[in-house]
Design a protein around this ligand. Structure first.
Ligand SMILES: *[C@@H]1O[C@H](CO)[C@@H](O)[C@H](O)[C@H]1NC(C)=O
Ligand SMILES: *[C@@H]1O[C@H](CO)[C@@H](O)[C@H](O)[C@H]1NC(C)=O
Ligand SMILES: *[C@@H]1O[C@H](CO)[C@@H](O)[C@H](O)[C@H]1NC(C)=O
Ligand SMILES: *[C@@H]1O[C@H](CO)[C@@H](O)[C@H](O)[C@H]1NC(C)=O
Ligand SMILES: *[C@@H]1O[C@H](CO)[C@@H](O)[C@H](O)[C@H]1NC(C)=O
Ligand SMILES: *[C@@H]1O[C@H](CO)[C@@H](O)[C@H](O)[C@H]1NC(C)=O
Length: 596
């Protein structure tokens, strides 16, 4: 989803790429006057040094102030870097030492990329950076630094120290940098004591601060109010000190997931001043109640993987713009969700409450919901009016609950007029329920105890494209005559893992994929697919077919057929043996008995 670790990584990457693009763009700008000046200067220096050739380290390429020595197995900082260099790429090498001397002549350096080298704090003489008065972009990620440089140039715009072993930041590492916009410090070993009191004093342009995967117990204090994005995921945060976020009125994205935050560690004012906040991730913490005082601007709220037992009446009253609410993997029971809790959430369209302890569909669900994920709960009953206000629902996932036919009201779905996807898999249904919405396109009732498709259950489902009834106990005569034929848009029918003894005879012409694996089918007569000329895939593995029980004629006219899976070649399904016929007869009798 939107807030996953992957996406934050991608965002971080895209910011880096953007930074590169900007720098690259600048490097290509034809600043002719300056270039001429540089050439002049170079010549002058060469004369002084008594050389004739244009300077460029042998392993590198040098052009227009850009020196590229990336990934060329350097173990030492290259000699003879042109003094007019603005962009120096040294990433992906094995450089262990960078001294003042190395950097002292590079006054024009704007971008220094030392990412992915073998630099340790001892190997990095940080006085070197002070002379780089134009340095804007500094990339030191993936090295072996244990302490941050004490002073970085005032011109800094972006600094990447991710994936080092930093335990300490100094006041002027990032302080007094009026242009500083982004700082990446994730995957280090920073604890509270390793941060200065005011880490960004005089750095009032900072927009992005990434400090995920460190050892922080407290949210850093005195963060600049310019921040747009603050990532503190995977630390050891237990409490958020009062006022910690009070000045962050520009913050749009706050990641606090994978910490130890409990409700005791915050109050109703903790988040209330974050008047631009759109995304708040508090997942995988130790919350027991939905926090209150959330800002009105919030669009996406992650509260999954906590120990939330309760949603009080007013907890969500302020978040009128909320669109996504993720509450899965908590301990919610239906009665501990206040019936007014979702009232007024007119923009909320996606609600995830799977893996909770719900016994019923909660009352007062948001009326504009489009996706409702309440699978993996303990729902055993759906009353006549439980779903009555969900007119806009498009997807309803009720799989892996405890539904039985007797407690599923036959009018329960009547108001779901635009529902397209219904998943009732993994319940204890014995019959396909009546009263399914006619708008359905996908219906899954796999892994139940279905032994019947009662008369009319599939009637009118003219939009249904896919139906999965696999792993049930359906026999040929447990499905009412003409059931499939009515499904005039059906392309995929999955009846695998049932007790069918023959291929159903009344399949719709639209059908493209027919899954009948693991049944008891013993023959494919010539007429089997006469009504289904559009079949592209037929799956008959693990049945009771022998070579001569599949009529060649049955397949001859299936011009679209791409896959015919009979499982013959598979050693798991031994070829037909004469003894099997006996068994088959017994089952045939069983089925006949049932028809009485
Ligand atoms: C913050 O920076 C200002 C100057 O920009 C300075 O006067 C002040 O002492 C600094 N505060 C701390 C705590 O370093
Ligand atoms: C918020 O900003 C005000 C003024 O800029 C400052 O006095 C106060 O200390 C700041 N609060 C925090 C928690 O940073
Ligand atoms: C915050 O909680 C306190 C008590 O815990 C209460 O008195 C106060 O009214 C609440 N404020 C808001 C804005 O909900
Ligand atoms: C979770 O919070 C409760 C209080 O709400 C506390 O008793 C418990 O120790 C916390 N668990 C962890 C792992 O922090
Ligand atoms: C219901 O949710 C489960 C778990 O996310 C998913 O695997 C399944 O595909 C969903 N059902 C439908 C019909 O999308
Ligand atoms: C139907 O459900 C079964 C069981 O989960 C699954 O293996 C199969 O792929 C599904 N069929 C289709 C056509 O998606």
């Amino acid at each position: 989803m939107l807030g996953g670790p992957k996406s934050s990584l991608l965002r971080a990457l895209s910011v880096l790429l953007l930074a590169w693009a900007l720098v690259g763009g600048q490097a290509l700008l034809p600043e002719e006057e300056e270039e001429m000046e540089e050439v002049f200067e170079e010549e002058e220096e060469e004369l002084v040094a008594g050389k004739t050739a244009v300077v460029c380290p042998p392993e590198c390429s040098c052009r227009d102030g850009v020196v590229d020595c990336a990934g060329v197995d350097l173990t030492m900082f290259p000699e003879e870097i042109p003094v007019n260099t603005r962009q120096l790429s040294l990433q992906n090498n094995q450089i262990e030492v960078v001294t003042v001397d190395h950097l002292s002549s590079l006054h024009r350096l704007e971008t220094l990329n030392l990412q992915n080298n073998w630099l340790s704090t001892e190997g990095l003489e940080d006085e070197g950076f002070e002379v780089l008065e134009q340095l804007a972009y500094l990339y030191l990620a993936n090295n072996r630094l244990t302490l941050a440089p004490r002073h970085l140039p005032r011109s800094l715009v972006s600094a990447d120290f991710a994936a080092n072993q930093l335990t300490k930041i100094y006041p002027y590492t990032f302080g007094d940098k009026p242009s500083l916009k982004s700082v990446y410090l994730h995957n280090n070993k920073l604890s509270d004591a390793g941060l200065p009191d005011i880490m960004f004093n005089g750095s009032a342009s900072l927009e992005i601060l990434i400090m995920s995967s460190n050892f922080l117990h407290l949210v850093p204090s005195n963060l600049p109010s310019s921040l747009h994005r603050l990532h503190l995921k995977s630390n050891k945060l237990e409490k958020i000190p009062p006022g910690a976020f009070h000045n962050l009125t520009n913050l749009r994205e706050l990641y606090l997931q994978d910490n130890l935050l409990s409700n005791d560690g915050m109050d109703n004012l903790t988040f209330s001043q974050l008047s631009s906040l759109e995304c708040l991730d508090l997942s995988n913490n130790n919350l027991s109640v939905v926090p209150s005082g959330l800002p009105r601007s919030l669009v996406l709220l992650h509260l999954e993987k906590n120990a939330i037992r309760e949603i009080p009446k007013d907890a969500l009253a302020s978040v009128k713009n909320l669109e996504y609410l993720l509450l899965h993997n908590n301990q919610l029971r239906s009665r501990s969700i206040h019936p007014m809790a979702f009232q007024g959430l007119k923009k909320l369209h996606t609600l995830h409450m799977y893996n909770n302890l719900l016994e019923r569909v909660p009352r007062g669900l948001p009326r504009r919901a489009k996706t409702l994920m309440i699978l993996h709960n303990a729902i055993s009953e759906i009353g006549r009016n439980d779903l009555i206000f969900l007119y806009t629902l498009i997807e309803l996932n009720l799989s892996y609950n405890r539904l039985t036919n007797s407690k599923l009201n036959r009018d329960a779905f009547r108001k779901l007029r635009v529902l397209e996807t219904l998943d009732l898999s993994g319940n204890a249904l014995q019959a396909v329920p009546l009263g399914l919405p006619r708008s359905l396109q996908v219906l899954r009732i796999k892994d139940n105890k279905l032994s019947s498709v009662p008369d009319g259950a599939l009637a009118g489902l003219a939009k249904l494209k896919e139906i999965n009834l696999s792993n049930n106990q359906l026999k040929l005569n447990s499905v009412y005559q003409g059931a499939w034929m009515e499904l005039s848009s059906l392309t995929t029918l999955d009846l695998s893992g049932n007790l069918l003894s023959h291929i159903p005879s009344d399949l719709p012409e639209s059908l493209e994929y027919l899954h009948l694996a693991s049944n008891r089918i013993s023959s494919v007569p010539p007429s089997a697919f006469q009504g289904t000329p559009n079949l592209k895939g037929i799956f008959l593995r693990s049945n009771r077919l022998s070579v001569d029980s599949v009529s060649e004629g049955a397949l001859a006219f299936l011009t679209q057929l791409q896959v015919l899976d009979l499982g013959r070649e598979s050693p798991e399904f031994p070829p037909f043996r004469p003894g099997d016929r006996l068994q088959e007869k017994e089952e045939g009798m069983e089925e006949e008995e049932e028809t009485f």
